[in-house]
Design a protein around this ligand. Structure first.
Ligand code: IPD
Ligand code: CA
Ligand code: CA
Ligand code: CA
Length: 276
């Protein structure tokens, strides 16, 4: 049997790598970027997404041979099962922010063993904040421990919702999204799912809804949120599937519950919701 890993050491190693890669991104963000679009004009990729992914893949392959990698830009492995140790790597989460805003982008790395989240590191590069945890040892922002999430209510909550989901024919009837938004204290959209999930874990956002995220978007964030006791499901309340695209509903206990009720009543009234 393979020797058990010291997850604290792995976390420290990943933090070193994200800092090194982050320094390169900080320099690159204001220079010339090669920007291409993938599936649609709003689906961007840059030379730095590819270079950063390659950087992490080289590191993982040389330090942890035998581990498999699920990553966005195509340099990882074809992974069909959650067996063994899996790394979920998003080299730049928030590429559109990287290109247009020059801030609010993150490196997101989550490591799972037999489908169970063990280590998460999300580096908000320009803010200089590293959100991290080892399962069972508490979650941190830099050196500061995050508190377990308290219960909450929608009417005093700030919820992250991307305006995309308010436009017609985008996977959810916009009236459902509106019914949630108008019962919150306020909504926000930061353009990086990894940062938004880290904000939930840190208690500065109370809820989050997205109709489609990929495994590398959420691999790390889910581990952080689990560590502080947040609620997570697909938008209809069903469990997530780690290796697939999922819709996502996250929040403090009461906030998650209330958002779910608005979605479920919308579904009962015949309004469309595509959960995957
Ligand atoms: C995107 C960001 C964005 C979310 C998109 C993701 P990318 O990731 O997380 O916030 O709304 O669905 O695809 O492509 O910038 O890594
Ligand atoms: Ca992308
Ligand atoms: Ca992403
Ligand atoms: Ca990305």
């Amino acid at each position: 049997m393979a020797e058990a890993l010291d997850w604290g050491q792995v976390r420290d190693q990943v933090i070193e790598w994200v800092q090194e890669a982050g320094d390169i991104l900080k320099k690159a963000v204001n220079g010339h970027l090669n920007v291409e679009s993938k599936s649609s004009p709003d689906d961007l990729v840059t030379n730095m997404d590819k270079q950063t992914e390659q950087y992490f893949i080289d590191k993982v392959r040389s330090h942890f041979p035998g581990h498999r990698i699920v990553s966005e830009e195509g340099f990882g492995d074809e992974v069909q099962t959650t067996e063994g140790i899996l790394w979920f790597i998003d080299p730049i989460d928030g590429t559109m922010n990287f290109v247009h805003q020059k801030r609010h982008f993150a490196i997101s790395i989550g490591i799972y063993e037999e489908g169970v989240g063990k280590v998460a590191v999300i580096y908000d590069v320009i803010a200089g904040d590293i959100y991290h945890c080892v399962k069972g040892q508490g979650a941190f922002i830099n050196k500061e421990k995050m508190r377990p999430l308290e219960d909450g209510e929608l009417k005093t909550s700030v919820v992250a919702i991307n305006g995309t989901w308010l436009s017609k024919n985008r996977r959810i009837n916009p009236e459902i999204v509106r019914s949630i938004a108008e019962h919150t204290r306020g909504t926000r959209s930061y353009g990086s799912a990894a940062i938004e999930l880290a904000y939930i874990a840190n208690g500065i956002l109370d809820g989050y809804l997205s109709m489609r995220l990929a495994p590398w978007d959420i691999g790390a964030g889910l581990i952080l949120i689990d560590e502080v006791g947040g609620r997570v499901s697909q938008v209809d309340g069903s469990p997530l599937e780690l290796l697939k695209q999922n819709s996502i509903l996250i929040g403090k206990k009461g906030v998650h519950q209330e958002m779910l009720q608005y979605i479920q009543s919308g579904i009962a009234e015949g309004k469309y919701v595509e959960k995957k």
